[in-house]
Write a protein that binds this ligand. Structure first.
Ligand SMILES: [Zn+2]
Length: 289
């Protein structure tokens, strides 16, 4: 037999706005007040989400830049190695040409002192061979020098890229630092404000709110009707339901997305409050100047 206790537990764990629609024992304020509080909480939570979003992208961008810089530095160190190897190769070839020329000189001297034709021919062949060897080395040096020019151009380009990325990194790090500093206070104030509303809202409603919020990608659990459609999923709402929503006498849940739908009056009231705050701010700045 399923006890009453078990049912209550199961309902609490899986609270949704749909289950609240049928619940009659929500206590305290009028439904309109409850819905207003929920809407206000949603507004505050969305502001906190925006802060997280703003901060959330930057650490990733900084990380990406750091990774990119490591990559460029590795490429640079590989190219430096390549440059060293090419330079060594060229200097080896140059040395081999000097050696070859010395050998040719030696053979030529020997050829001046030969006793017979056979020796003369043999030395001539040696000289000819050494000359070919030297020409080949010259050709290799020309090729390697050309390649070295290209490698060095790449090297310079990479160094330039590195300095740009490093500059970017400094800027982004600074930005992240500033945002963290700036938003910390704002975040704390918003959290306090949200807490105030949470305390006033019925526990079951709050549980449903958190659940729907955590399941939705835009973190919206409470939405208004926008041009005859749900402000969360944009599916059409019947005129009768729209009337129910405007009356604010009961919980109306979007049949498609499960979000709670509230009167657009709430949004207008919210906008008025924001405007008042703005005017007060302007007045106080005027006074100060
Ligand atoms: Zn919807």
């Amino acid at each position: 037999m399923a006890t009453k206790k078990n049912i209550t537990k199961a309902t609490k764990g899986g609270e949704t706005f749909v289950s609240l629609q049928i619940a009659k024992n929500l206590d305290g304020d009028s439904m309109e007040k409850k819905l207003q509080l929920l809407y206000k909480l949603q507004k505050i939570d969305s502001k906190i989400d925006d802060i997280y979003l703003l901060r959330g992208e930057l650490p990733l961008e900084v990380q990406d830049l750091e990774d990119e810089i490591v990559g460029i530095k590795t490429k640079i160190s590989n190219i430096q190695q390549e440059i060293k190897e090419k330079e060594r190769y060229i200097s080896d070839k140059k040395q081999s040409i000097i050696d070859t020329r010395a050998a040719i000189k030696k053979y030529e001297q020997q050829r001046n002192n030969v006793k017979n034709n056979r020796e003369f021919d043999s030395l001539s062949k040696e000289i000819e061979y050494k000359e070919l060897e030297s020409q080949h080395a010259e050709k290799l040096i020309t090729e390697a020098t050309k390649a070295l020019v290209t490698i060095k151009e790449n090297f310079e380009a990479l160094k330039q890229e590195l300095s740009y990325r490093e500059e970017d990194l400094v800027v982004k790090q600074k930005e992240l630092e500033n945002i963290a500093k700036e938003t910390e206070k704002e975040e704390e104030a918003l959290k306090q404000e949200a807490k105030g509303y949470q305390e006033k809202i019925d526990n079951r409603m709050l549980a449903a709110y958190e659940k729907v919020r955590s399941n939705s990608r835009n973190k919206l659990a409470v939405v208004t009707v926008v041009r005859g459609a749900c402000g969360g999923c944009f599916n059409k709402i019947t005129p009768q339901r729209e009337i129910d929503i405007e009356e604010s006498k009961k919980i109306v849940v979007c049949e498609y997305c499960g979000r709670i739908l509230v009167s657009s009056k709430f949004e207008e009231a919210e906008a008025e409050v924001a405007q008042e705050k703005e005017t007060v701010k302007k007045k106080s700045t005027k006074k100060n100047t």
